[in-house]
Ligand binder design. Structure first.
Ligand code: HSE
Length: 439
């Protein structure tokens, strides 16, 4: 079997992940061949910067500046799309599928938004679209959800799936920094992009949560239904108060099965400080999965970077090398469930989501204020878990009032918040951050 000629791979884009893929494949080629049953060789690379591409691959691969030349080459068995974004990447992936190529992609945005179209095209053509690198970089979470946990009815998945924002939150907590200062630090470390919008506004995490949700529950990818809230509005004071109450604030991607439907949401979240996931610091990623048979499992590692992401890309290349001659009906389905068995369970609107809350109110420090606020919560059947009162640093006439609630429906909390905000003794916009016990 090892005498078979290597499977031939064409890369579209050879930036950070592409060069890592080239390097790791070369470095571990013997081990990889022993696992895959034959060699895996990158024989063609398309990149607009042909000089840089040539410098990476030397004379081992043909370098072109036209991605379509790779797709059109009959010798190429697998196309690896590392361009990113929804635009040209979508067209190229669909063209590669139409040309009968298997596709490996790290493109979470593309799959979260156009996954249904792409997987249907791949099915019709009998080719594989593999995407381990699209979620949590080097952590094999797609493999775990799709295969390792296949016996389970998954109940929920919660993850730190954006390293840039986790780095920012870690710096804000450890050094008491404001968001803008921590963001500048992340950029200086090369974590955040020059335009970090997708990271800090939670969009990147929502792309990844959407993909995990589809695989966990056997539903189509539905990014447009995800609730997305980033970390831009987070204040150092809330990180400090959360800590005093025994919590850390993390940007979590959460998807949970409820009776009425599925929750799919990304937002800053208070998590008990003693949970392992609350202690994931810096640019690291972690995902917790709750399955009915296995209980809670945790996956931790690097969610980005050249070689960690290459590790996931190459795992997909090995899978395809092993499986490409198998009857397409006997391969692992793209979304873990057989395509004819996907459920139409709705994604719940955020108003129907159930969570606990952290509230911070700046209130006038006078008699009866706390009583009025707790009365409003009681009117809406929202139960209080803890209350903390602290000088707000703005003089004696006002104070910070921090309230933790038990679980409630978000719509009900919104009604209570509107009533509290209208009180003349509430002096500033109320801060509300969702809280999850994850137990
Ligand atoms: N911008 C992403 C992050 C990179 O910060 O985690 C990996 O998708």
């Amino acid at each position: 079997m090892n005498s078979m000629k290597p499977i031939q791979v064409g890369l579209l884009g050879i930036g950070t992940v592409g060069s890592g893929t080239f390097k790791v494949l070369l470095c571990n080629q013997e081990e990889i061949r022993r696992r895959a049953g034959r060699g895996i060789a990158i024989t063609m690379v398309a990149d607009l910067d042909t000089a840089r591409a040539q410098a990476v691959v030397g004379d081992s691969a043909r370098v072109v500046n036209d991605a379509r030349a790779v797709i059109a080459d009959p010798a190429i068995d697998i196309v690896v799309e590392l361009i990113g974004g929804y635009g040209i990447a979508r067209a190229l992936v669909l063209e590669a599928i139409a040309a009968g190529k298997h596709v490996v992609t790290a493109n979470k945005a593309l799959l979260a938004v156009h996954g249904s179209e792409i997987f249907a095209a791949a099915r019709a053509k009998g080719v594989i679209v593999a995407f381990e690198a699209a979620v949590a970089g080097g952590i094999p979470i797609i493999k775990a959800l799709r295969e390792g946990l296949t016996a389970n009815r998954i109940e929920w998945v919660a993850g730190i799936i954006n390293g840039t924002t986790n780095f920012i939150l870690s710096e804000m907590r450890a050094k008491g920094l404001d968001f803008a200062v921590a963001l500048a630090e992340a950029q200086a470390h090369g974590y955040a992009e020059a335009d970090p919008t997708f990271d800090i506004e939670g969009i990147d995490a929502a792309h990844k949560a959407t993909i995990m949700s589809a695989i966990a529950f056997g539903i189509p990818v539905q990014f447009e239904k995800a609730y997305v809230e980033g970390i831009v509005a987070l204040q150092a004071a809330d990180i400090r108060y959360a800590e005093q109450l025994g919590y850390r604030i993390k940007l979590l991607g959460i998807t949970r099965r409820r009776k009425a439907g599925i929750e799919l949401r990304v937002h800053p979240t208070l998590v008990p400080a003693q949970r392992l996931i609350a202690n994931v610091e810096g640019a690291m990623n972690a995902v917790v999965v709750q399955g009915d048979a296995v209980g809670t499992t945790l996956y931790y590692g690097k969610g980005a970077g050249s070689e960690p992401t290459a590790s996931a890309v190459i795992a997909d290349l090995v899978d395809i090398t092993r499986l490409h001659t198998a009857d397409p009906d006997h391969r692992v389905p793209h979304l873990a469930f057989q395509p004819g068995s996907l459920a139409s369970t709705p994604i719940l609107p955020i108003g129907d989501v159930v969570t606990a809350f952290y509230l911070r109110l700046v209130v006038a420090d006078e008699a009866g204020v706390l009583a009025r606020i707790t009365a409003i919560l009681a009117e809406h059947a929202i139960s209080i878990d803890a209350v903390l009162q602290r000088e707000s640093g703005e003089g004696e006439k006002q104070t910070d009032l921090i309230i933790l609630t038990h679980d409630t429906v978000e719509g009900r909390m919104n009604l209570a918040l509107a009533q509290m905000q209208a009180l003349p003794t509430v002096l500033a916009p109320i801060v509300r951050i969702r809280k999850e016990e994850l137990n």
